[in-house]
Design a protein around this ligand. Structure first.
Ligand code: PMP
Length: 418
């Protein structure tokens, strides 16, 4: 069941005007016009309280965590570990030690590949990924497959950008060790039935890694309900800072995995004579000084997001998507890519006789920020015979007026390049 499709009367509506007032960047001008920021799938903007978390940390209690015995170190450690608890609640994980801080989704996937993959994959094994994947859920597996000799199999998508579940069932077999799929596609917005996919993977004795980079900003995620073995997301797409993300892993799996990076923080004892023993999870996977301020600010971002309410955010973005879809559909020669039912707030399109790059550059001159390019999903775009699309993607603070401004600006620039 696609959660984004569920929009009952009980979903609270957003007070978009007061939400906007919390984001300082939204009042700036670009090329003399009010900024219309529709590149949220790449990076969302941050509310004031997230920005203030940095000021507070560096102005009041900047100190390295875990090993200090002084007041500042204690305060920093408490705030850092407090975010771990916030993330645990955000994902409904069973325990805080199942939450590992990383640089982002990319590093979280690389962690699974290098720690779990190296210990568990070899020649004859199969890893299933999908054609909808971001490069960060393709390339780590390709790099490892080259070394270890396992095979990567690809779940196909149909002309709407929907995963072919019959093909998925047929690809699952006794050699399948891992299924690695995104929860929501960044290029097309498709919401994948990851709970059903997890049950099928488990029935074949395989694990499932879910890339949640595009799901966590738009819908409530419950890793225990999905029964995900691993779940990854990035702070900067959920109203938080860059440079920080999360890997959730089931405790028993994380405990059995070897470390992947060595250094301080991740050890129990180090000896030239007796060798090194490792810390318990999650610290075993957090070598070196982490991005302390970013982690603390991520906690603020997640509290802000859940305070507004993900059901309300998702429902509002659906209204924005409907308005934008209706407006651009009137444009001659415009083709929307990604038409999955119940998709998230992502609108990808190409225009006959107008290259995406030109549209992106010109519409920026009108103050509108959209993304153009391959969206790190080249295999997906190749299936649709294009090397780039324009993508508008929505967040809690976007307004219906902004959608209208975007649609008018788009018509204008298409008229200029054609
Ligand atoms: N997966 C998906 C679906 C994404 O949209 C992105 C970011 N565009 C990533 C992974 C990578 O995230 P990051 O760059 O924050 O590591």
């Amino acid at each position: 069941m696609n959660e984004l499709a569920i929009r009952g009367a009980d979903v609270p509506t957003l007070d978009v005007a007061s939400i906007r007032a919390e984001f300082p960047i939204l009042s700036r001008q670009v090329h003399g016009r009010p900024l219309v920021y529709l590149d949220n799938a790449a990076t969302s903007q941050t509310p004031r309280r997230v920005i203030e978390a940095f000021d507070d940390y560096y102005g009041r209690y900047n100190a390295n965590i875990h090993r200090g015995l002084h007041t500042l170190a204690d305060e920093a450690t408490a705030a850092f570990e407090g975010t771990r608890e916030t993330v645990r609640g955000f994902l409904n994980a069973a325990e805080g030690r199942e939450i590992i801080f990383t640089r982002g989704t990319t590093e979280a996937i690389n962690l699974v590949a290098n720690a779990w993959g190296r210990a568990n994959l070899g020649a004859g094994d199969e890893v299933l990924i999908s054609r909808l994947e971001h490069h960060s859920n393709i390339v780590p597996w390709q790099l490892l497959a080259r070394e270890l000799g396992f095979t990567i199999k690809v779940i196909p998508v149909d002309e709407r950008g929907v995963l072919d579940l019959d093909a998925y069932r047929a690809l699952l077999g006794e050699r399948t060790r891992l299924v690695a799929v995104n929860h929501v596609s960044n290029a097309f917005g498709t919401v994948n039935p990851v709970k059903e996919m997890a049950a099928l993977a488990h029935a074949h004795g395989a694990l499932i890694l879910v890339d949640g980079a595009q799901a966590t900003p738009h819908q409530e995620v419950d890793v225990r309900d999905i029964d995900a073995d691993f779940y990854a997301f990035s702070g900067h797409k959920v109203y938080g800072p860059t440079g920080v993300g999360v890997l959730y892993g089931k405790a028993a799996l994380l405990e059995a995995m070897p470390p992947w990076q060595g250094g301080g923080e991740m050890i129990s004892t180090v000896s030239f004579e007796a060798g090194t023993t490792f810390a318990e999870i999650p610290h075993k996977f957090e070598a070196g000084t982490p991005a302390i301020a970013e982690v603390i600010a991520l906690g603020e971002a997640l509290r802000w997001t859940t305070g507004v309410g993900l059901a309300a955010i998702g429902a509002w973005e659906q209204r924005l998507l409907e308005r934008a879809t209706a407006a651009v559909s009137r444009i001659d020669g415009l083709r929307i890519l990604g038409t999955a039912p119940g998709k998230a707030g992502v609108l990808s399109f190409v225009v006959d006789g107008a290259h995406a790059q030109d549209i992106g550059l010109l519409i920026d001159q009108l103050g509108v920020a959209i993304r153009t390019g391959h969206h790190c999903a080249q295999p997906l775009l190749a299936q649709f015979g294009v090397d780039a699309t324009c993508r508008a993607s929505f967040a809690a603070y976007n307004t219906l007026d902004e959608i209208d401004t975007f649609a008018e600006a788009l018509e204008r620039v298409i008229g200029m390049v054609r």
